[in-house]
Design a binder for this molecule. Structure first.
Ligand code: IPE
Ligand code: MG
Length: 240
């Protein structure tokens, strides 16, 4: 992924320091329905020019399959339409799109669009947009466990060789160079992770906002980034 261009660095909102930008931001945009009605700013447009390299958004959770069919259809449809309508702009802006999650229950038409956008944008380098659909943190850990167990069974690795790095390699976030979000943002006043990335959030800085997603906007992102830049990250070590 490419870091800042000189022009972008110059245009960074006042008070933000380019060297303190998070590499990977994850976002839980609550109330997708409302997002559909009042599209406003897409998160990738807000973050594209701020030197962020990876943006992961939670579009649809494995736990959302228990919702009424009409709502599921609406959400998946919305996702498919958004992918289609945004593809051209994303491709033009050098954004690479990766989808993570259990695709086995997704409609065929959506799978087709997913394959297409991943293929068309695979060589893009400005920003990697990871969309988690049919995803949950527990699902990801589970499928990683299965993958590792299979490798042991096949005699490829020994049990003693299983370490954090190996697990990281089996998680679906292995599609990015920066699998651990530096910052997680959740809007709409909910103070929980709701089975989003779990392993990957171990040392992520959390930012919760009261505003509903459409009202959060660019100023919300700037506030979240400001807050992030003021934090002391220790990863279990001492304050330096
Ligand atoms: C998860 O929110 C975030 C998504 C947009 C997928 P949920 O609505 O699934 O989680 P809860 O039920 O509010 O915790
Ligand atoms: Mg909810």
């Amino acid at each position: 992924m490419a870091p800042f261009t000189a022009a972008e660095e110059e245009n960074l909102p006042e008070g933000l320091q380019p060297e303190l930008m998070p590499k990977h931001v994850a976002v839980i945009m609550d109330r997708n329905g409302r997002w559909a009605k009042n599209k406003g700013l897409q998160p990738w447009d807000a973050l594209r020019q701020m030197g962020i390299q990876v943006l992961t958004v939670f579009a649809f959770s494995t736990d959302n399959w228990i919702r009424p069919k009409i709502e599921i259809d609406f959400l998946l449809n919305l996702f498919e339409r958004t992918l289609k309508s945004e593809l051209e702009t994303l491709a033009k802006n050098n954004v690479r799109i990766s989808i993570i999650g259990d695709s086995s229950k997704l409609p065929k038409s959506l799978l087709k669009v997913i394959n297409e956008v991943e293929e068309v944008t695979k060589n893009n380098t400005r920003l990697q947009l990871i969309v988690a659909v049919g995803y949950s943190g527990k699902y990801d850990v589970l499928q990683a466990c299965r993958g590792i167990a299979q490798r042991v069974k096949d005699g490829e690795i020994e049990v003693e060789e299983i370490d954090e790095r190996l697990i990281e390699q089996e998680l679906e976030t292995n599609c990015t160079e920066f699998p651990y979000p530096d910052l997680l943002i959740r809007t709409s006043g909910e103070l929980r992770v709701s089975n989003f990335l779990l392993w990957q959030l171990a040392y992520t800085e959390l930012f919760f906002a009261q505003e509903l997603w459409p009202d959060f906007g660019r100023s919300g992102f700037i506030e979240a980034l400001m807050s992030f830049q003021q934090r002391q990250r220790r990863f279990g070590g001492r304050k330096s």
